[in-house]
Design a protein around this ligand. Structure first.
Ligand code: ATP
Length: 250
């Protein structure tokens, strides 16, 4: 079962200047689940002193090869995973859209919004307003009474994204948030992010795609456990033509 605690995070620090999120000297190594003498598996050093800051109203792309550690970094930034060393400072409320939807299969979409909204401390009216706004904008109004496990992958992803947005967080951390979206919804997603940054929301998005470069204020590449600003250069693995992860005839 997903742990709702992992998606409902308050900021816990006042940061200097306009930063709303800082990751300082982050390190993380995954240990194999068996003892040292078992000759299989290996330690995976993923983060080795990674540093990141995100400002209010800024939209930052995080790129890197498969397995570079982007999802690990995001889980640490949101507080769902502890780093081995280093520090994370957040201010305000945080919204997180994980790569794999963290939703409860047996709840309906309507119940899902109620659950997350209540956990965020929203009242009924605010929950319904946010739900209907995103149902309309991301085109899932007809599925409000469907169970999560009866939704298509793309529609599940729309709910995954919407519950990250519904409490109007100050910082949004999105891990490949539009996987499986149809084209209209994909464009609507970028319109939404533009409106949010204009209102001061800070957004970090894990992306693989060179076609999206111009949408970001900064692009950070994660390689060898560290982040480098590659805004003016080309990320190494930005190869795919279709950012939604679907083929042209989908
Ligand atoms: N829970 C875990 N236990 C052990 N190893 C893990 C765990 N989670 C991730 N890893 C390993 O850590 C490395 C980084 O994984 P991560 O998912 O953070 O990379 P990523 O950059 O998000 O990859 P992708 O682009 O494929 O989504 C990989 O080698 C992965 O196999």
């Amino acid at each position: 079962m997903p742990n709702i605690e992992n998606r409902v995070r308050e900021g816990d620090a006042n940061l200097a200047d306009s930063h709303v999120l800082e990751g300082v000297e982050l390190t993380k190594t995954y240990e194999p689940p068996w003892p040292d003498w078992v000759p299989m598996g290996r330690r995976v050093g993923v983060l080795e002193g990674a540093e990141i800051t995100i400002d209010a109203g800024e939209i930052v792309g995080i790129v890197g090869e498969n397995g570079a550690g982007k999802s690990t970094l995001m889980q640490i930034l949101v507080g769902a995973l502890a780093p081995d060393a280093g520090d994370v400072r957040r201010s305000g409320q945080v919204g997180w859209c994980p790569q794999e939807p963290l939703l409860y299969d047996r709840l309906t979409v309507r119940e899902t919004f109620r659950l997350f909204g209540t956990a965020y401390g929203m009242d009924d009216e605010a929950i319904v307003t946010a739900r209907d706004q995103y149902a309309d904008r991301l085109s899932f109004a007809e599925f409000l009474d469907y169970r999560i496990d009866h939704l298509s992958g793309g529609n599940r992803q729309k709910i995954n994204l919407s519950v990250a947005l519904m409490h109007d967080p100050d910082v949004l951390l999105l891990d490949e948030p539009y996987t499986g979206f149809d084209w209209e919804t994909y464009l609507e997603f970028w319109e939404l992010t533009e409106e949010l940054t204009e209102r001061g929301t800070a957004i970090a998005i894990i992306s693989h795609f060179v076609s999206e470069r111009e949408r970001f204020d900064r692009i950070l590449e994660l390689a060898d456990g560290r982040l480098t600003d590659v805004t003016d250069g080309g990320p190494k693995d930005a190869a795919s033509a279709d950012p939604r992860g679907v083929s042209a005839d989908d």
